[in-house]
Design a protein around this ligand. Sequence first.
Ligand SMILES: Cc1cc2nc3c(=O)[nH]c(=O)nc-3n(C[C@H](O)[C@H](O)[C@H](O)COP(=O)(O)O)c2cc1C
Length: 208
Amino acid sequence: MTENGQRHPAIIGITGASGSVLARAAIDRLLAMGVPVIATASSAARMVWQEEMDESFGAALERWSDSEDFAYYAAADLRAPIASGTFPTLGMAIVPCSMATVAAIAHGLADNLVRRAADVCLKERRPLVLVPRETPLNAIHLENMASLARLGVTILPPEPPFYLALKTIDDIVDFVVQRVLAAMGIIGQLSPEMRYEGPSNPSGTSHA
Ligand SMILES: Cc1cc2nc3c(=O)[nH]c(=O)nc-3n(C[C@H](O)[C@H](O)[C@H](O)COP(=O)(O)O)c2cc1C
C-alpha cells in the first residue's frame, strides 16, 4: 500500500445503476479508515443519486473534500491520473455498476473516466470489483459479467446475506461495502457481526 511513504488511493467509480447509497457508504468508510480515495461518477450516476439520496451529490462531494485524502474527477476528464497505468492505485470498485458500464468494460470501450480507469485496472492486473445492480438479468448481462469474471474481475452483486441476522438496509449496505473492501484486499476480513460462524441450531443454515 505504501511506497516511499506514499499511500496509494482506492478508486471508486459510480455509475447510473440503482444503489447510490452503496457508493456513499464505500467512500465514507474508506476515508474513515484513512485510505485515500479517487472518485469519478458518470452523468447517469448523478441522475440516479438525485432520485435516491437525501444528501445531494454536490453536498457529498463538498463533505468528502474536507479530507485531504479525497479527490474527484468528472467522467469526461480523461486527463485524470487514474486514466493512466503509470499512476499507482490499490485498484478500483465500481459501485453501483450499471449494465451499460459492465458491457463497455467487457468490450474495451474506455469512453469515459469510469470505464477507462477500469480498463487500466484490467491491463495492469490490479483489483477490479464490480457491484452490478439489475434485475432480472438478460443473457447479454450474464455473458458480459462472465467474460469479466474470467479476466479476474470480482463480480459482487449487492445481495443481502439472508443467513445473518441483519435488521436494516444500513446493515446490508455495510455488509456489501465490507465485502467490496475485502475483495480489493483493503480489509482482511469482515467485522464479527458480518461473519457466518456456524449454524445457530443443530439442523444448520446454508451460507455463501
Ligand atoms: C433512476 C434510474 C435507475 C436506474 N437503475 C439502473 C439499474 O439498477 N441498473 C442498470 O443497469 N441501469 C439502470 N439505469 C439505467 C442507466 O442509468 C443507463 O443505462 C445509463 O446509460 C448508464 O450509464 P453509465 O453506465 O455511464 O452510468 C437507471 C436509470 C435511472 C434514471
